[in-house]
Design a protein around this ligand. Structure first.
Ligand SMILES: [Zn+2]
Length: 130
């Protein structure tokens, strides 16, 4: 599919959505690294390998959806760019997926979410990973 523009509507600079600083911050927070120099399939495979958890697919899909929803809320509902709002939405959606997932997947997603918040809280306090 061809679009007239691939520029991120939220950024002042004319950057493509893949290079959007807000999206990059969200991906870093989640522990997902995208190597934009690679082709999409290679980029996906490498990011999955580096993620190191079997919940990569679920986390990546939820992150894409919540980022798109956050952009739409800004464009169509006069919302504001907010990492906190994005994170709240991401956590809410992930917990909904946990409710519908098989018990083994639900346990892994819950564990991943707990470790994500613990890791980022310790990092914010300057204590680093355990
Ligand atoms: Zn942007």
């Amino acid at each position: 599919m061809f679009l007239e523009s691939y520029s991120c509507v939220l950024c002042v600079e004319e950057v493509e959505e893949l290079d959007c600083p807000f999206a990059q911050f969200c991906w870093i927070f989640l522990g997902i690294q995208w190597d934009n120099s690679l082709l999409p399939l290679e980029r996906f495979i490498l990011a999955k390998q580096h993620f190191g958890c079997v919940t990569f697919r679920e986390v990546m899909i939820i992150a894409c959806c919540t980022t798109l929803e956050h952009r739409n809320s800004i464009i169509f509902n006069n919302g504001h760019l907010s990492f906190t709002a994005w994170l709240r939405s991401f956590e809410h959606e992930l917990k909904l997926v946990v409710l519908r997932a098989k018990p083994t997947v639900a346990a892994k997603l819950t564990s991943w979410l707990s470790s994500l918040f613990l890791f980022n809280t310790l990092s914010a306090l300057g204590l680093g990973p355990l």
